[in-house]
Design a protein around this ligand. Sequence first.
Ligand SMILES: *[C@@H]1O[C@H](CO)[C@@H](O)[C@H](O)[C@H]1NC(C)=O
Ligand SMILES: *[C@@H]1O[C@H](CO)[C@@H](O)[C@H](O)[C@H]1NC(C)=O
Ligand SMILES: *[C@@H]1O[C@H](CO)[C@@H](O)[C@H](O)[C@H]1NC(C)=O
Ligand SMILES: *[C@@H]1O[C@H](CO)[C@@H](O)[C@H](O)[C@H]1NC(C)=O
Ligand SMILES: *[C@@H]1O[C@H](CO)[C@@H](O)[C@H](O)[C@H]1NC(C)=O
Ligand SMILES: *[C@@H]1O[C@H](CO)[C@@H](O)[C@H](O)[C@H]1NC(C)=O
Ligand SMILES: *[C@@H]1O[C@H](CO)[C@@H](O)[C@H](O)[C@H]1NC(C)=O
Length: 368
Amino acid sequence: MHLYWIVFFIAPILVDGQSKISTTPLFMRGLWCVAQWSQSSQAYTQTGQAFFYNNDTFTFNFLDNSSFTWINHFVAINNTDGSGGTYQILTVATQGPSQYLNKTLCFWRRLIANGDIVSGRQSNGTCTPTFENDTASETIRYTRNPTTCRLIDDEDTKIVLSSTPFEVETLLPFDRNLPSAKRHGLVFFGSSSIVKWSTLAQDFPDYTTLNRGFGGSTLVQCYQQFKRIIYPLEPSILIIYAGENDIADGQPPIIVQSIFRQLIPTIRRFYPNIPIAYISLKPSPSRVSKMAQMNDTNNRIRNDIALFFREVTFIDIWPDMLLPNGQPNPDLFLSDNLHMNSKGYAIWTKAVTIYLESVFTKRAMHTN
Ligand SMILES: *[C@@H]1O[C@H](CO)[C@@H](O)[C@H](O)[C@H]1NC(C)=O
Ligand SMILES: *[C@@H]1O[C@H](CO)[C@@H](O)[C@H](O)[C@H]1NC(C)=O
Ligand SMILES: *[C@@H]1O[C@H](CO)[C@@H](O)[C@H](O)[C@H]1NC(C)=O
Ligand SMILES: *[C@@H]1O[C@H](CO)[C@@H](O)[C@H](O)[C@H]1NC(C)=O
Ligand SMILES: *[C@@H]1O[C@H](CO)[C@@H](O)[C@H](O)[C@H]1NC(C)=O
Ligand SMILES: *[C@@H]1O[C@H](CO)[C@@H](O)[C@H](O)[C@H]1NC(C)=O
Ligand SMILES: *[C@@H]1O[C@H](CO)[C@@H](O)[C@H](O)[C@H]1NC(C)=O
């Protein structure tokens, strides 16, 4: 019964406190590697990871050798020095290693020069406004450049985010850029057709554009990495191109459809209202043998969007990329017959521009 006492008596106090203090500061949001200074190895070694949500919720995953143990803390975040340099984080742990159970913890976070954060902690409920002990606090470090960090989805600990072929080349640099990345922009997310869209800034001069493509990625990998690389950017509009590689890898259309049906609700948990556009799969000359499956995938996703998903738009570029005989138009492609040249991107730019105009027309009608 003691456990329930903690949950029901401490949690409401924190919820009450949250109404007086700000939500998680933007620069903190998303995934952090947590490492602890080790006297024996004279280096930082990973002890877990932390994920800061935008609504005062924070999860901490402890690392053990075989698996991550998930601990969910509901927290309040309080800037205690008035300058944004030091934050006090109040947590309640009901699962996890025994030293954390049935106790209220206090973390102090302080920004250090390279964007990393250090924290101190004490294991009972007497939180002081500033770092309890500056020396001791240096032993825990939160970092965005976790070269040797094992990162997982904080809620589905079976999904290991850092063991992908894109880790070093793309995802790690995204993590490192997060504190300074532009937010609230038009975010493009997906596979190599997004990565190679190098003219986004010229093509959409009225918007802040952000390219978050990672080449070769599948829709399932986009789904897995969403919280890590898109969520902290707080996109104002999200444009997705992915799914073609899943089909090329031999996945049937119904699987791609089922992943789409998971991806959209995941995005909606965090961003209930932002406009989302899914660009239809393109007909690529090098993948002509998969055209029927790609078309089937497009039909399934188009139907799902019409039936189930509000504020999601299917941008259909398929017909404009075909010759009159129904074959892919090779004039729109580079010599690999897979990636597009500027003529191909001109078709996409036009379709996305029409979509953006429709979004803003709709908004203007709502405000009138
Ligand atoms: C936490 O509280 C629960 C419920 O009272 C109790 O069963 C459990 O042993 C406690 N755990 C620790 C580590 O004290
Ligand atoms: C993790 O593995 C290392 C090396 O095998 C071992 O020395 C250490 O005791 C293990 N730690 C835990 C918590 O199991
Ligand atoms: C936040 O920190 C300030 C400054 O230390 C303190 O006065 C205030 O009580 C704190 N608020 C909460 C909810 O802990
Ligand atoms: C809680 O922590 C403070 C500061 O470390 C310490 O002075 C106090 O004795 C602790 N209280 C309990 C009940 O452990
Ligand atoms: C602060 O931490 C250091 C290193 O752990 C320790 O030697 C010192 O006694 C602590 N100071 C206080 C006031 O607790
Ligand atoms: C904050 O958002 C997360 C993710 O949507 C959710 O799981 C959690 O329950 C929310 N926390 C609160 C306190 O509303
Ligand atoms: C694509 O699907 C549409 C709608 O079902 C159908 O009319 C068209 O013939 C299909 N095209 C190909 C190439 O399979």
